[in-house]
Design a protein around this ligand. Structure first.
Ligand code: TYM
Length: 334
């Protein structure tokens, strides 16, 4: 079976960008019989981005509730929290020893931090770059390689990390008798980068997101805030670069998208397009939103689901890690 895997960093509430780039394609894949799927909350990754313990924990619950509310079947998919699988952290070290520092120097997140003048060698984690940030892609490689995932649905911003994971897997296979699968990023054409309210990539770090399950009124407010150009009603508009249409496409079928594009070309006004988008999306999200709010009231249920997932995941990860240990000369020689 083809293995599909993806994760979300638990730094906040899942937004439409996460939904479009990762959650939606992942849940769709999980229904196929020829696919085995692994979805998880990357809570150790979240430590790189923030130091608020409560936020990391709560975000884990929000993320888990999101997947469950959207109908992820946890009997089909393996659904877990990264930190519940200690084998990932152990593989992380093994991979670190096979990862060139020069490869990590090229990582976008690290380069961006350097560019923002965060001191590269400052001896203070509040001002300098931490080893966590620097080696973030190695941990991501461990997430993927521990299950030998073939395909990883992600947004465009993660493609470089996937290339690094392949690189690391290749080096392991070259130097040791391991046969790690080389994972591939799966990036949707239209959903590679969903833009946010201000027209930049929707991202928690830009504070321009539309959270997936905001209350109805807030959803309308946020949709009305999406930046559009100054074309008047009656003037034809270009649907191909429009955030409103991108969002619509995440929820609508092909026929509906074609009809919507025709409306753009016929000169529909931005106000109407926004109201219609809200009506449409809100209708689709109503059910899952209710379920999401219910689930958040029942953390014990979420924990039980995650425990079940961790057991399944570890049953696979532990014997595999044992093989890797042997291959690198650590433990297990009889
Ligand atoms: P994170 O938490 O930043 O984002 C989760 C997923 O959402 C996608 N995404 C977007 N897609 C389209 N448009 C956007 N505006 C947008 N914003 C976010 C991301 O590309 C991602 O797929 N390092 C990862 C988490 C991770 C992971 C992994 C992913 C850890 N280990 C192993 C895959 C495999 C991250 O920070 O994603």
């Amino acid at each position: 079976k083809t293995k599909v895997l993806t994760g979300i960093t638990t730094t906040g509430i899942p937004h439409l960008g996460n939904y479009v780039g990762a959650i939606k394609p992942a849940i769709e894949e999980s229904w196929r019989d020829d696919i085995q799927s692994y979805y998880f909350m990357a809570d150790y990754h979240a430590m790189v981005k923030g130091r608020d313990p409560k936020r990391i924990h709560e975000s884990g619950m929000h993320n888990a509730a999101t997947w469950l509310a959207l109908g992820l079947d946890t009997d089909r998919a393996t659904f877990y929290r990264q930190s519940d699988i200690p084998e990932i952290m152990e593989l992380n070290w093994i991979l670190s020893c096979m990862t060139a520092k020069g490869l990590m120097n090229r990582a976008h997140a690290y380069k961006a931090a350097v560019q923002q003048n965060v001191a590269d060698e400052q001896n203070d984690p509040d001002f300098g770059i931490t080893m966590g940030l620097f080696s973030y892609p190695v941990l991501m490689a461990a997430d993927i390689l521990i299950f030998n995932a073939h395909k990883v649905p992600v947004g465009q911003d993660q493609v470089q990390h996937l290339e690094m994971a392949r690189d690391i897997a290749k080096r392991m296979n070259h130097n040791y008798k391991t046969r790690f699968v080389l994972p591939e990023a799966v990036v949707g054409e239209e959903t590679a980068i969903l833009n946010g309210l201000d027209g930049r990539k929707m991202s928690k770090s830009y504070d321009n997101t539309i959270p997936l399950f905001v209350p109805e009124k807030k959803l309308l407010k946020l949709i009305r805030k999406i930046k559009t150009n100054s074309l008047e009603p009656g003037e034809p508009k270009d649907p191909s670069t429009c955030t409103l249409l991108q969002i619509f496409s995440a929820f609508a079928n092909e026929e509906e998208v074609l009809a919507k594009k025709a409306q753009y070309e016929a000169g529909a006004g931005w106000g109407d397009l926004k109201n219609e988008l809200f009506e449409y999306v809100n209708d689709k999200l109503k059910g899952p939103r209710e379920r999401y709010n219910e689930l958040l009231q029942d953390p014990a249920f979420i924990e039980a689901e995650l425990r079940k997932g961790a057991e399944k995941a570890r049953a696979e990860a532990a014997p595999f890690l044992q093989q890797v240990r042997q291959a690198v000369g650590i433990k297990g020689f009889v």
